[in-house]
Design a protein around this ligand. Structure first.
Ligand code: HEC
Length: 164
């Protein structure tokens, strides 16, 4: 009799558990059926998270870049805003254009960088980037990024500004 009760309990326990967890799964909780069109990465809306996911791999978490890989130091980014064409340049580089981020997300990440790691280099009163501004920059492909950058660096130097 006791053995019988034990068997009944053993059978009933997982069922009760399954019921408590929504009747879907007995181990990890409610199971969500996989969707064929589910995104492959968790989506996020935070600019810092976008930076970490899409930019930090090359630019470093603090924006210091990598001399060996010729990845520039982001902390000087604001200097570009003092040179004609520089404002458009920094949202036109391949790392930005090819990131897969929307125009709005690029504006947000750029504003986040300018307000954080690059803050000390940003001229007073600089207006934030808008999605529309990024859309305009995107419509004009930057064909030779190295040449465009060299030109801006020369102009910056002529103004007595430091960009490496
Ligand atoms: C694969 C490496 C890589 C990734 C990823 C990358 N960048 Fe870059 N980035 C570079 C390099 C290299 C340069 C120098 C210009 C060039 O050669 O494109 C650069 C230049 C820049 C510049 C201009 C600064 C300067 O001094 O020339 C900005 C702004 C910038 N990146 C932003 C971003 C943002 C924002 C992201 C993420 C959305 C990003 N980058 C992702 C490698 C990368």
């Amino acid at each position: 009799m006791l053995r019988h009760l034990y068997t009944v309990l053993l059978l009933a326990l997982p069922l009760a558990n399954a019921h408590a967890l929504g009747g879907q799964n007995m181990v990890l909780g409610r199971m969500v059926p996989a969707r064929g069109d589910a995104p492959s990465v968790a989506t996020t809306t935070h600019a810092r998270a976008h930076y970490v996911l899409h930019c930090a791999g090359c630019h470093g978490f603090d924006g210091s870049g990598a001399q060996a890989g010729q990845v520039p130091d982001m902390r000087r980014l604001g200097q570009f805003l003092r040179v004609p064409g520089g404002r458009e340049f920094i949202v036109s580089v391949p790392g930005v254009m090819g990131s897969g981020l929307s125009d709005e997300q690029i504006a947000e990440v750029t504003n986040w960088m300018l307000g954080g790691m690059a803050r000390s280099s940003v001229p007073e009163g600089t207006p934030p980037y808008t999605a529309a501004e990024v859309t305009r920059a995107r419509s004009r492909t930057l064909l030779d990024v190295a040449a465009a950058r060299r030109q801006l660096v020369l102009e910056a130097r002529a103004r007595g500004l430091a960009i490496d």
